[in-house]
Design a protein around this ligand. Structure first.
Ligand code: MTE
Ligand code: MO
Length: 367
């Protein structure tokens, strides 16, 4: 059994062993709520030590606050009101494998994402208890994991958000996933979920939130980390000396979760039901369309409304096939600003963030 088996995972695709990184094949994202066994894993360092008593896990809030807080998980549960939202968590590099030429980093296809029910308290409620000073501008997140050399001196990852994002009701301090205590590999006992923005902001094994008077500068905030060019650049260029911005909301994306890529249907099959999911970072999905002829003609999908903000939309469509043969199904989601997924991996950037090219699934009817 490899390490994935040890964490109870169900046939994920291993992208890296140390640090442990694994994605979910799109066809395994066919559940409305992604089961823990199918949820992707992304670590930037080694794992922290496991602790025996999750309720005793402590974390602090300090910096530009009137009353710094030092709270146990038990304190969080008893002093603030808990809420549960189903929300997408998506790695900033999701889709990277489709960039040409290859961009730096883990080659995620579209499976660096999942949608789980997260239970916790709004970070904003806790920040209000601490009292934000007028100088509070940005958060800095710290976890208990050592970096990939095993050193605790430098964080494996330490990113942050503008205060407005931290104060959103859906930005949560989370201790449960799909109704179970937050699994260790997903940051248990306590993690952040900052929905709609790159997964790297959703600090696992959360120990500290530092409220800062300026943009945070931990690992993952400097250089080209989580930065994208403001104006398009030539694919393959080094990205130096171009104006960049921090990647905030993730772009619109849809995936086909059934049929699986490479499926075969019996000869004579003339209709096929296609299912999938769609989400759009901070934005909402307004439509999903499918095509079997490379985008020449489209069929609109039926959508199940999201349960709450940041939930994904589940969709399905019935497609008519003109005859036996080889088809490539594509799906294309559009957000409320009219932004739809591109036909090819557009907006190339050196670290390969935010690639939302349409997902393509091959199906053969007959032999
Ligand atoms: N402490 C800590 N938190 C972290 C990371 C990490 O390496 N260490 N990786 C981040 C990244 S890049 C992503 S995409 C998500 C992945 O969360 P998951 O492993 O629960 O799917 O966790 C984020 N939180
Ligand atoms: Mo990530």
């Amino acid at each position: 059994m490899n390490e994935l088996g040890l964490f109870g995972k169900d046939r994920l695709t291993m992208l890296g062993e140390t640090p442990l990184v694994a994605e979910t094949p799109e066809a395994m994202l066919d559940d409305e709520t992604t089961p823990i066994a199918r949820f992707f894993i992304r670590n930037n360092g080694l794992l922290p030590e496991r602790i025996d008593d999750p309720e005793a896990w402590r974390f602090i809030i300090d910096g530009e606050v009137d009353r710094p807080l030092d709270l146990s998980l038990a304190d969080l549960k008893s002093r603030f009101s808990a809420k549960t939202y189903r929300m997408v968590l998506e790695c900033g590099g999701n889709g990277r494998a489709f960039f040409e030429p290859k961009a730096e980093g883990n080659p995620w296809t579209h499976g660096g994402a999942g949608c789980a029910e997260w239970t916790g308290v709004s970070l904003g409620d806790v920040l209000r208890e601490a009292g934000l000073k007028p100088t509070a501008r940005f958060t800095g997140h710290f976890g208990a994991d050592p970096d990939k050399t095993g050193s605790f001196e430098k964080q494996a990852m330490s990113r942050g958000v503008p205060i407005a994002k931290a104060l959103e009701e859906h930005t949560l301090l989370v201790w449960a996933m799909n109704g179970e205590p937050l699994p260790f590999i997903h940051g248990g006992p306590l993690r952040l979920i900052v929905p709609g923005w790159p997964g790297s902001l959703s600090q696992k094994w959360l120990k500290r939130i530092w409220i800062r008077d300026r943009e945070h500068d931990g690992p993952g905030m400097t250089d080209l980390s989580y930065r994208v060019p403001i104006y398009p650049i030539r694919p393959g260029s080094d990205g130096r000396n171009v104006e960049t911005r921090i990647l905030e909301s993730m772009p619109v994306r849809s995936i086909v979760t059934a049929p699986a890529d490479g499926s075969r249907c019996p000869a004579g099959t003339r209709t096929i039901t296609v299912r999938g999911a769609a989400w759009a970072g901070d934005d909402v999905i307004t439509k999903v369309d499918c095509s079997i002829d490379g985008g020449s003609t489209w069929v609109s999908a039926q959508m199940t409304p999201p349960r709450n903000r940041y939930d994904w939309v589940r969709w399905s469509a019935t497609l008519t096939l003109p005859g036996d043969g080889y088809y490539e199904i594509i799906s294309r989601a559009t957000d409320s600003q009219g932004r739809a997924q591109p036909f090819h991996a557009a907006n190339w950037n050196p670290n390969g963030y935010g690639c939302n090219v349409m997902h393509r699934v091959a199906v053969t009817v007959g032999d």
